[in-house]
Ligand binder design. Structure first.
Ligand code: AGP
Length: 618
């Protein structure tokens, strides 16, 4: 995700900002920039920003330029969500006269409305980035005779979405401003100097005393003072927290591994994925711009991806089928591309890829486009090859994922696919003059509750750790489920094998007796997933078959009591939700199971052997 650093004091701001940005590199970014308020003779805020890694872009640009030393500045590493990575789209963004510079983490949902209003007022917006409206709005309110603090306050009143902001203003060149709403921002307290950062990691060499800002807080920093205001401009007290992390812990947010951090980030990541996409019970996916004719032609859908992304397709497929009542198939990209599949304008193809660079998935998209099929990309990386080649792109907004094993990007893909299924159903219903179907209405009502349910589930790792302790002692494990539980099991087995090196296989539970049951020996772990009520009794019979051969049952279920539970040696409960959304919550359990098994076996969790995060070769 994006990173923010701000500094005010007597040291060289440029040096401190760059050191802070280097400490935020682990978060992943595609461009970076700084803005400095130079005291002597400079008529405007100095902004330097470049696409690419700090060491390639920004550092070289700073070496070439000659800037008079400054004690006030802001810096940013950008991870694109609106507008491709480029020098121009990098932060900081400025107003029309380069007097105000702003860096922003988060998403401004109503930026297009704000942009239209500002353009009407004569402002010139230069980038494709949602954040750019912010300095222009501040400029607008300053022109209306607001002082900088009140101009910022008026500005944030108009913003919808999530933001952490750091702001410098040429005309008030002895202060620095920070604002927070649903995106983290801390103030670092120094001696004769103060700091802003989105992440304490950026500040560790300078201070460990921080004020953690709350939603609605506006922090006004000068060299010797920090004053915090609430939304109405009333001064409020916030306590100082002393952080005793070392640098490595800080990089991982205090977690021992990125994978664990990324598993825990899922509730926040789902909130970002859903943000602005469900409003007043209805669905908004402006990224999908099908015409009536496009939609009416569609007779079949393919969901295509590799590895975990393929599993996201598997877990979404039944929802597409149930809602749209048309044939939907999930395909492994490396197979699909060599199969001469039936493709044409009547086929909608959806390509799923965290990186947006997977060679096989890209080749499938090219094949589909060549045959005139309509193409949709679902990816986490703005400006990735997949996003540039597809007719429509939906970003998953999960933030950068560093651990090789996909966790939060898998569930974000699944959530986006589910939104897409609802959206297409809603659109075709509208075309036919129908009201929103009860099924879609119920799903859109339940989705916003999922982040809290996942938070509740992730509260207590102890039972999952216990289950992992048993599994870690074996060299083989089986996962079973029916329907969507089988799709969830497929992803569970991949997670376990890739990071713990335990041989794992997932089977549709009803298929065991057709061969695999021969491998069930006393004690072998069989992880059974059961969240689909209509398949419960069938699942019970399959578990009985395993038990009869001495298999050890670890059950993941939303059921609180009953025969199924009595049959298992170990049970993990997931909060009840709509059946088609259950794989999202089951994922949290199976990710943690794999994580703890890998830790217990001493495996390098974040960098499993032989695997790469982005597979750009066939
Ligand atoms: C799973 O944990 C892996 N990271 C892997 O299976 C991955 O999902 C696959 O290589 C596809 O990558 P993509 O989503 O970037 O296309």
């Amino acid at each position: 995700m994006c990173g923010i650093v701000g500094y005010i004091g007597k040291q060289d701001a440029q040096e401190i900002l760059m050191s802070g940005l280097r400490r935020l590199e682990y978060r992943g970014y595609d461009s970076a920039g700084i803005a400095l308020l130079c005291e002597e003779g400079n008529p405007e805020v100095k902004v330097i920003k470049r696409e690419g890694a700090l060491s390639e872009g920004l550092e070289a640009a700073l070496e070439k330029g000659s800037f008079s030393q400054s004690g006030i500045g802001i810096g940013h590493t950008r991870w694109a969500t609106h507008g491709a990575p480029s020098d121009r789209n990098a932060h900081p963004h400025t107003d029309c006269h380069q007097q105000i510079a702003v860096v922003h983490n988060g998403i401004i949902e109503n930026y297009s409305e704000l942009q239209a209003d500002l353009e009407q007022l004569g402002h010139c917006i230069q980038t494709e980035v949602d954040s750019e409206v912010i300095p222009h709005l501040i400029e607008h309110f300053k022109n209306e005779d607001h002082d900088i603090l009140s101009a910022v306050r008026e500005t944030v009143r108009r913003l919808q979405g999530a933001y952490a902001l750091a702001i410098v203003d040429h005309s008030s060149n002895s202060s620095l401003i920070g604002v927070r709403q649903d995106s983290p921002l801390v103030v670092g307290i120094g001696d004769g100097e103060n700091y802003l950062a989105s992440d304490v990691a950026a500040l560790l060499p300078y201070t460990r005393d921080v004020i953690i800002l709350e939603n609605g807080d506006l922090a006004h920093l000068t060299v010797d003072d920090v004053v915090i205001y609430d939304e109405d401009g009333v001064v409020i007290e916030r306590s100082i927290t002393h952080v005793d992390w070392d640098a490595e812990m800080a990089e991982k947010g205090g977690y021992p591994h990125f994978m664990l951090k990324e598993i825990e980030e899922q509730p926040a990541s789902w909130e970002a994925t859903l943000q602005g996409r469900i409003k007043n019970g209805d669905i908004h996916l402006p990224e999908i711009t099908f015409t009536r004719a496009d939609l009416e032609t569609v007779e079949q859908i393919y969901l295509v991806g590799c590895g975990t992304s393929f599993h996201a397709g598997l877990a979404a497929m039944p929802m597409f089928e149930n809602l749209l009542r048309m044939p939907v198939r999930t395909e492994i990209a490396s197979e699909f591309r060599y199969r001469d599949p039936v493709l044409g304008p009547e086929v909608l193809t959806v390509f799923i890829s965290q990186s947006g660079e997977t060679a096989d998935t890209l080749a499938c998209l090219e094949l589909a486009a060549k045959h005139g099929a309509q193409t949709v990309a679902i990816t986490n990386v703005v400006g990735s090859s997949l996003s540039r080649k597809a007719d429509h792109v939906i970003y998953t907004r999960a933030g950068p994922e560093i651990s090789v094993a996909s966790t939060k990007t898998y569930t974000a893909q699944l959530l986006v696919l589910q939104l897409l299924a609802c959206h297409l159903t809603r659109l075709s219903g509208l075309l036919a003059g129908h009201e929103m179907s009860e099924d879609v209405r119920a799903l859109l009502k339940e989705m916003p509750h999922l982040p809290q349910k996942m938070r509740d589930l992730l509260q207590d790792h102890a039972p999952i750790k216990e289950m992992a302790r048993y599994v870690a002692g074996w060299q083989d494990a089986f996962f079973i489920g029916r329907g969507l539980d089988y799709a969830a099991a497929m992803e569970g087995q991949l997670k376990l094998k890739e990071i713990s090196y335990i041989h794992a296989e997932a089977y549709p539970a009803g298929e065991l007796k057709h061969g695999t049951l021969a491998l069930v020996e006393p004690g072998i772990p069989v992880l059974a997933v059961s969240t689909q009520a209509h398949l419960r009794s069938k699942m019970s019979s399959n578990i009985e078959e395993v038990r009869a051969r001495g298999g050890w049952i670890g059950l993941v279920t939303d059921l609180k009591e009953g025969r199924l539970i009595d049959m298992a040696q170990s049970v993990i409960f997931v909060p009840p939700t709509a059946p088609s959304l259950a794989p999202l919550l089951v994922a949290g359990v199976l990710q943690l199971l794999a994580y703890y098994a890998a830790v217990l076996r001493g495996c390098p969790v974040d960098m499993p052997r032989n695997l790469a995060k982005s597979v750009t070769v066939e």
